[in-house]
Design a protein. Structure first.
Length: 216
């Protein structure tokens, strides 16, 4: 707000100086008019520069903004078997039986151009799948798999509409898939967030931090 006030003050004073310069030039006070005009132009340029800096800072903040997508709590139920409780920001819960060494969540992400971010358009997302995965490729090929849909089929899919008619939405930058995965451990709690670049997952408790710290 202080930066905004500075921009407004510089612009107003600069405009007043320009008006003063015009009045002085009409009265044939050339030197005073030139000085007032030069002062006004300098102030307006300073205000424009400050506005550009503010816009860049705002764009940086928007591009680094993260919105919560879910929290995941894991409970061991057997050898390489876990019960995963997914909690959405609205408070809804869903449970899944996952097999493997790591959990993975996939999503579709709709990213806007920088100008759209600047005026308040954040990346849109839709969680697609949750599943278990194995660290070793050999286990991926031979061990039991577990994967679940997080989005039931819809008769009208807005993502399909955006992809089909993207030329009508020029401020759309990209529509793409994003995934994040971290190790499973008994009692581990993770958060999943969506940034302008896709999904981001982080540990929320010590069990999760220990699992990530010893991850190989």
């Amino acid at each position: 707000m202080t930066f905004t006030a500075l921009i407004i003050v510089l612009a107003l004073v600069g405009i007043l100086c320009l008006f003063a310069a015009i009045r002085r030039m009409r009265r044939r006070r050339v030197l005073g008019g030139v000085l007032a005009g030069a002062t006004g132009l300098v102030l307006i340029l300073l205000g424009a520069g400050a506005a550009l800096i503010a816009a860049n800072l705002l764009t940086y903040q928007r591009l680094n903004f993260e919105q919560p997508a879910a929290e995941l709590l894991l409970t061991r139920t057997g050898e390489r078997e876990f019960n995963a409780v997914l909690t959405y920001p609205g408070g809804e819960h869903a449970s899944f039986a996952l097999r493997g060494d790591e959990w993975q969540i996939d999503a579709r992400v709709l990213k806007w151009h920088a100008f759209a971010n600047l005026v308040g358009f954040d990346a849109l997302y839709r969680l697609e799948r949750i599943g278990g995965r194995y660290t070793r490729i050999e286990d991926e090929r031979t061990q039991a798999r577990s994967v679940y849909s997080l989005n039931p089929p819809q008769r009208i899919d807005p993502w399909d509409l955006v992809h089909r008619y993207h030329s009508w939405v020029p401020w759309m930058d990209a529509l793409y898939g994003s995934a994040t995965f971290l190790p499973m451990a008994d009692g581990a709690l993770y958060e999943v967030k969506v940034s302008q670049s896709g999904l981001v997952a982080r540990p929320l408790n010590q069990a999760a931090r220990d699992a990530v710290g010893s991850w190989r």
